[in-house]
Structures are given as C-alpha cells and as structure tokens.
Design a protein. Structure first.
Length: 162
C-alpha cells in the first residue's frame, strides 16, 4: 500500500476517533470492558489506511487510560494484529470482526487477568473481553461498514475499497 497524504490523514482521523471513543473510564479497561471504539476495528476490511490509525489510536487510548505499560504495548499490538488479519479477511464480510474478537479476547484477556485483575477466572476474563468485542464489532462495526459503503461521497473521500 502506497502511503499518500490522503491515507495519512485518514489514518490520523481513525486514530483520533479511536482515542476519543475510548474514554479513560473503568468500563474501557479491566476484566469487563466496553470500548465503543472497538466498532472501528472492522475498518481495515474496506479501508487499509485504518490499520496504522487503529494501532496509534489504541496506543494513545491506552496511554491515556493509565492501565500500565503492558496494556500500552500488548493491547496496541493485539489491535495491530487484529487490524492486519481483518484486512487479510476482506473478501469474507462475516469474518471481518473475528480477528478483533479473538486477539483481544485472548491477548488482552490474558494479561488483564495475569497482571492486573483476578476478580474472575482467566477464561471468564478472556470471555468477557471477547463478548464485548463481539457485540461491538459485529453489532456496530458491520453496520458501520455497510453505511460507509453505501455513501458514495464517503467512499470517494476516504478511498474505501469496494
């Protein structure tokens, strides 16, 4: 992917959206979390420039969230792996949200349990984070994709893949 100024601006916009949609509140971090920004994690399927945007946005949100260096590093890497995997699954619409669900459930769920909060057993912590991701990425992310693809002006201005 050639990184043009337009794609850089798009990535920055996605990073800003992710960051502001993840307020530093308890429900955005911890063993039971609900980050509205996770609805954006399906965007790499139609908007490859969102891959670095999601990574940077997650990195900034995790820095602002104050959950610690492990979350900053591994949470952001989980988002990056999910974004790349979502891009690779771009021909399978119903699979777009699967990488964010799996990577966040497994990676984030594991370190949240092991390093920060053992309120729930490991499997439940992973499951809670995975369910949240599932609800947001399938419930809001896929409809967002449909909305973006239906709007010709948005498709043109963002350079959305058909």
């Amino acid at each position: 992917m050639k990184f043009t100024t337009k794609k850089m601006v798009t990535a920055a916009l996605i990073a800003a959206l992710y960051t502001i949609l993840t307020p530093p509140l308890p429900f955005s971090f911890g063993p039971v979390q609900f980050r509205l920004a996770e609805a954006l994690t399906v965007l790499p399927a139609i908007l490859p420039a969102s891959i670095p945007g999601l990574f940077v946005g997650c990195l900034l949100a995790n820095i602002l969230g104050g959950f610690g260096p492990i979350d900053i590093i591994f949470g952001s890497l989980a988002t990056l792996l999910a974004a790349i995997s979502t891009y690779l699954l771009r021909k399978e619409r119903w699979l777009y949200p699967l990488p964010p669900v799996l990577f966040n459930g497994l990676i984030v769920g594991s370190y949240v349990y092991l390093l920060y909060d053992k309120t729930y057993p490991l499997v439940l912590t992973m499951l809670f984070i995975g369910i949240s991701e599932f609800v947001l990425s399938y419930g809001l992310g896929l409809p967002l994709i449909s909305l973006l693809k239906r709007n010709a002006a948005i498709r043109k201005n963002l350079g959305i893949d058909e």
